[in-house]
Structures are given as structure tokens and as C-alpha cells.
Design a protein around this ligand. Structure first.
Ligand code: PSU
Ligand code: MN
Length: 307
């Protein structure tokens, strides 16, 4: 018998069977995006926020080669405390063959959520097109994953370390719809806005659920089915001071350049440099925006489950 493609926790399996709301959570933000020990607190906090709202959390990671949709507390502790790889979709068969563990990016989490039938996913910030991508070709697989899987991801935009304009252009090319949640400006992670405006603005979770139902009802002639980007800005009074933000980011780029960081190491390098250089201020903003995304995703999943 081949290994099952993924393992559903009892709690998630039961919620999916009975039509209760479920929200997927990624593990790369826990393993590689947040420092210890705040990462474990955050992982537990995101799950608790959902449970308190009557929503079942499905934290996703690969443990000992098995993609897990829904972790128990031991699994949550493992993604926070073990040194594990950062896995995108292409890494899943290699991890399976080796029985290795890894945290899943937005791309891999989206893929596994779609396989399991989870429609709504909360992250911190979506990956995107990196600055300089015209020569490095560094574009996150998060974008193509959203073009190919019917999963709505709630994100505080994309980090201002990326090329936001190019990221939005790629989402357009890939036919991934983008809506601003209470905003017409695409947020830039630590900041509530960016110079880039969106075509569509929604005000409520119910409006997003209606879009998901419209996607579900669309004729089945467009395969693969795309997801949805719900751009949810960090509240204005919780954002990072823009001048500080600009100063620290410039430093971070210079450091990454000097250290010759490339490829998938770029995002974790910049994030941890920025946490240090901002004396933890960026970390607090990161946690607030992620919580805010989890809350909104919970409300969307709840509205979606009502049908
Ligand atoms: N944004 C964050 N923290 C993170 C990431 C994004 O604020 O840890 C992670 C996500 O898992 C995302 C990944 O999918 O970085 C993108 O990495 P890359 O650019 O190498 O595709
Ligand atoms: Mn990359």
C-alpha cells in the first residue's frame, strides 16, 4: 500500500464531514518566520483564536514524511522547536521518500488544504515576486499555487521586501482574484497600505463567502480552479512607523546583499534581520497582523459554512 497522500486529524476530519468551519494555518511562519519562543506562543494563539470563534484550526506541516492537516499539541511543539526544512509543493515527494519533516510554505499549505477540502487559509504575508526578479527569476511558488488550487488566503498583502507591483501583475496574469478587505489599497504587511490600488473592495466576511460560493458554482470548464487573495491590512494604529520601516528595510537589503543570500533563504534572512534591527518592533506588528488575518479567516469560514 502506498502511503496516504496526507493525514487528517480527527478534529479536522469530523469538521469537514459535518460541514463545520475550518481554517488552514501554515507552518513556515512558525518554523522560519518567527523567533523562538514567540513562535510556539503564536502557533497556539492562532489555534485558540479560531477555536474560541467556533472554527476548527488545521495547522499544516509534514511530520516524518507525512503531510498532516491538523496537528495535535505535540505536532505544534515540533514545528516550533525542531529545526526543520522549509517545504514548497515540489519538496513533498522527497520528504515522503525520506520520512523527513518540514514546515510548509503558503504554496505547500495551499496544496494540502485543497487536497483535504479546506477552503479558507490564514497566513501572515503571501510570498511574491522578489525585487530583482527580472534577473534572478525569484518568484514565490505561492502565486502559482493560488492559480491552481481553490483556496482563499487571508494575507496582510505582501512584504514590502518584495516587488509589490510585479506581484500584483503576476496575480492578474495567473487569473487569481484579489479583494481588499475594507480597503482599496493593497497592504504591505507591516504597513496598512501601499501605493497600489485594487479593483475590488469588500467590507464583510459574508461578501467574501459569497465570492467563494460563486467560484464553486462556476462552470467546471476552467481547470485548475483558482483561489482568492483576501488582502487584509494591519489596523492603521497597529502598523509599523513608516519612516522606521523604510530605514530598517534598507539596512536589511544591504545585509542580504553583503551576505550573498539567495533563493529560499532570502525571506527568512530578511525577516530575522528586520526583527533584530527593529529591536522587536517588527515582530510585534507581524504577530498583530497575523492574528488579525486569523480572525478574518475564521469569520469567512463561518460565513462560508452557512452556505
Ligand atoms: N511571510 C511572512 N512570514 C513567512 C513567510 C511569508 O511574513 O514566514 C513564508 C511563507 O510561508 C511564504 C514563504 O509562503 O515565506 C515564501 O517564501 P519564498 O519567497 O521563498 O517562496
Ligand atoms: Mn524564492
Amino acid at each position: 500500500m502506498p502511503n496516504p497522500p496526507f493525514l487528517l486529524s480527527d478534529e479536522v476530519a469530523e469538521a469537514l464531514e459535518t460541514g463545520r468551519p475550518v481554517v488552514a494555518l501554515e507552518s513556515t511562519i512558525i518554523s522560519h518566520g518567527l523567533p523562538r519562543p514567540r513562535n510556539l506562543e503564536a502557533a497556539r494563539d492562532f489555534e485558540a483564536l479560531l477555536r474560541d470563534a467556533g472554527v476548527v484550526p488545521a495547522t499544516i506541516a509534514v511530520l516524518d514524511g507525512v503531510p498532516c492537516v491538523g496537528l495535535d499539541d505535540e505536532g505544534v511543539q515540533r514545528i516550533a522547536n525542531e529545526d526543520m526544512a522549509k517545504a514548497s509543493i515540489r519538496d513533498l515527494p522527497i520528504l515522503a521518500a525520506r520520512g523527513a519533516s518540514a514546515a510548509t510554505t503558503v504554496a505547500a499549505t495551499t496544496h494540502l488544504a485543497a487536497l483535504a477540502g479546506v477552503r479558507v487559509f490564514a497566513t501572515g504575508g503571501l510570498g511574491g515576486v522578489h525585487r530583482g526578479a527580472t534577473t534572478t527569476f525569484d518568484e514565490s511558488a505561492d502565486l502559482t499555487a493560488l492559480a491552481e488550487h481553490p483556496v482563499a488566503v487571508v494575507t496582510a498583502g505582501v512584504k514590502s521586501v518584495l516587488d509589490i507591483a510585479a506581484t500584483l501583475e503576476r496575480l492578474e496574469t495567473l487569473s487569481v482574484p484579489v479583494v481588499g478587505f475594507g480597503t482599496t489599497e493593497f497592504p504591505s504587511f507591516w504597513l496598512a497600505s501601499s501605493p497600489f490600488t485594487l479593483d475590488w473592495r469588500v467590507e464583510t466576511a459574508e461578501e467574501v463567502a459569497a465570492i467563494l460560493h460563486a467560484q464553486d458554482a462556476a462552470p467546471d470548464d476552467r481547470r485548475p480552479r483558482p483561489g482568492l487573495v483576501v488582502a487584509n491590512p494591519v489596523p492603521q494604529d497597529e502598523q509599523w512607523d513608516p519612516a522606521e520601516h523604510d530605514r530598517v528595510l534598507a539596512e536589511a537589503f544591504a545585509a542580504a546583499d553583503a551576505a550573498k543570500v539567495r533563493g529560499k533563504a532570502v525571506t527568512p534572512f530578511l525577516l530575522s534581520f528586520i526583527v533584530q534591527a527593529s529591536q522587536g518592533v517588527s515582530l510585534e506588528v507581524n504577530l498583530k497582523l497575523a492574528r488579525n488575518n486569523v480572525r478574518v479567516a475564521g469569520a469567512i469560514a463561518t460565513a462560508y459554512a452557512k452556505g
